[in-house]
Design a protein. Structure first.
Length: 136
């Protein structure tokens, strides 16, 4: 993977919730909710990058699962890929975000309807909502 790939973690709980992070920056995205993650460094696999990013951003260790079906390509050329993940060690904290929140399907829908989800992450919502409803 190249540095033009960004990986995001769909961190799901057994009780039908997903962990969202509220962006602190840049100004045009500050306050919006997203799946946490970051750029894939040269030589990293998607899974390795996600493990590293979630450790840096949330202070947790995760087990990486399968990939969400939709990959999002931005005008800038960045490709966004989301992977399912489960926390195996640690309690998440907002190291690089304003705050984090475990949300259920109803809250996720409400955030989306309020325009409070990062636009690019909205592409994953149908699949995430299906996962949450299946677990919850």
């Amino acid at each position: 993977m190249s540095a033009t790939t960004v990986v995001a973690g769909a961190i799901l709980s057994d009780d039908g919730r997903i962990l969202l992070a509220q962006r602190a920056y840049p100004p045009e995205l500050a306050g919006l909710w997203e799946l946490p993650g970051g750029k894939v460094e040269p030589g990293e696999t998607l899974a390795d990058a996600l493990v590293r990013e979630l450790c840096e951003e949330l202070n947790v260790r995760v087990e990486v699962g399968d990939r969400l079906a939709v990959a999002v390509t931005l005008e800038s050329g960045l490709e966004l890929i989301a992977l399912r993940a489960t926390i195996v060690d640690g309690t998440p904290t907002a190291a690089e975000h304003r705050m984090i929140e475990w949300v259920d399907a109803e809250r996720l829908r409400a955030l989306d309807q309020a325009g409070a989800v990062v636009p690019n992450d909205r592409e994953w919502l149908p699949e995430i909502l299906a996962d949450l409803l299946e677990r919850g």
